[in-house]
Write a protein that binds this ligand. Structure first.
Ligand SMILES: C[S@@+](CC[C@H](N)C(=O)[O-])C[C@H]1O[C@@H](n2cnc3c(N)ncnc32)[C@H](O)[C@@H]1O
Length: 358
């Protein structure tokens, strides 16, 4: 088969159909230009300057210290992909999609846009070929350091990463706050909890509950501020450490959200063994994260990009339900429930120590 079949079909295409096929590919290739344009808009804080209404490119250039004719071309390109709008020549407003770049929005994705378009993540993606040839993370190859080790040496970048993860977590955290029954629990330990967004969202509606945000020292650096802003600092400890070594042993609910994707199978099993060995026998583990369908599906393409992004940056991977089940069962857990898509696009897997009397 069939280059000849393909050739025949291609030769039967009308010029208009061929143009459409070409455009479908070219638009996808242009994805990196779209990402750079959005990342720069986020970096410059353009959405904050436009939030009160339409502004001229001259005003926006003055507000951002940029070259007006070039900024106007950036704004026009952003209008072409639905981030800004140009109701009259040279004047720009925000669309609802673009409004998510505002830093004062509760649904902000500004830090998320900045980190994903940062030279460190972009730089690693330039090494995709190395990753696919060797199976090793391009990040280490390009920067000579593992992703989290490198992040821990750059306080500003680490703060941006933590904020970005917090932004990404907000919807799932809201769904976990409203949709999970905490009545049987006293203390929730969020392992790899980053800036504390999850517990800052869960604790306010559950006054009897205490929490611990546990992450590396650089990972928890912003957590005290986030917890204080949510009014729950007095009910939530912030602990820096290495979850492969020591974790707080006095919780009764352990949450691990968007963490296993960072790690290959050996490290993920090591993390589960660390948790299993240190959590009380009566405690519950909640894994919150992407659960891949068993076969590729175009329904949520972002899941597959995230999987590849993990391969490039950390050597980690997304997993299917059967892969999570196998990993949990091998490390001494019994899976109680799997709720697909119960936290936004993320899923919730509830597990308990296998064989423990409950
Ligand atoms: C992808 S982020 C997820 C953060 C947060 N759970 C969320 O969903 O927004 C993974 C987190 O794991 C943390 N982490 C990585 N290695 C760690 C280690 N050895 N010990 C503790 N935390 C670690 C990182 O600092 C980071 O905050």
């Amino acid at each position: 088969m069939s280059s000849s079949v393909v050739e025949t079909v291609e030769s039967e295409r009308t010029p208009a159909e061929k143009m459409k096929l070409r455009a479908a590919l070219i638009e996808r290739i242009g994805g990196y230009m779209t990402a750079h344009a959005i990342g720069l808009a986020a970096e410059l804080g353009l959405a904050d300057l436009i939030k009160d209404g339409v502004r001229s490119s001259e005003e926006l250039a003055a507000g951002t210290g940029t070259h007006e004719p070039s900024l106007r071309r950036l704004l026009r390109t952003l209008a072409a992909v639905g981030i800004t709008e140009e109701p009259e020549p040279g004047r720009f407003g925000l669309t609802e999609v673009g409004a998510q770049l505002r830093s004062d929005s509760p649904d902000s994705l500004r830090a998320f846009s900045r980190i994903f378009c940062h030279p460190s993540l972009f730089g690693a993606w330039a090494g995709l070929g190395h990753t696919v040839s060797t199976g090793e993370p391009a990040y280490d190859h390009v920067f000579g350091k593992e992703f989290y080790a490198h992040l821990s040496e750059q306080a500003d970048l680490s703060a941006l990463f933590n904020e970005a993860m917090g932004e990404e977590s907000r919807i799932a955290a809201g769904q976990l706050a409203a949709g999970y029954d905490y009545s049987g629990f006293r203390k929730v330990v969020d392992l790899g909890g980053g800036d504390g967004t999850l517990l800052a969202t869960v604790l306010p509606g559950h006054p009897g509950l205490r929490g611990v945000v546990f992450d590396s020292a650089s990972g928890v650096a912003q957590a005290p501020g986030v917890l204080a802003a949510a009014g729950v600092a007095d009910r939530c400890e912030v602990v820096g450490g290495d979850f492969f070594q020591d974790i707080p042993g006095d919780g009764d609910l352990y949450v691990i959200k968007s963490v296993f994707q960072d790690w290959g199978d050996e490290d993920s099993r090591a993390l589960l063994r660390s948790v299993r060995a240190q959590m009380p026998e009566s405690a519950t583990l909640l894994i919150v994260g992407t659960v891949l369908p068993e076969t590729a599906s175009p329904e949520f393409p972002i899941m597959f990009f995230t999987d590849l992004n993990m391969l490039v940056n950390t050597g980690g991977r997304e997993r299917s339900e059967s892969e999570f089940r196998a990993m949990l069962e091998d490390t001494g857990f019994a899976v109680e429930s799997v709720r697909l898509g119960a936290a936004g696009p993320l899923s919730i897997i509830e597990a308990v120590p296998a064989g423990a009397a409950r």
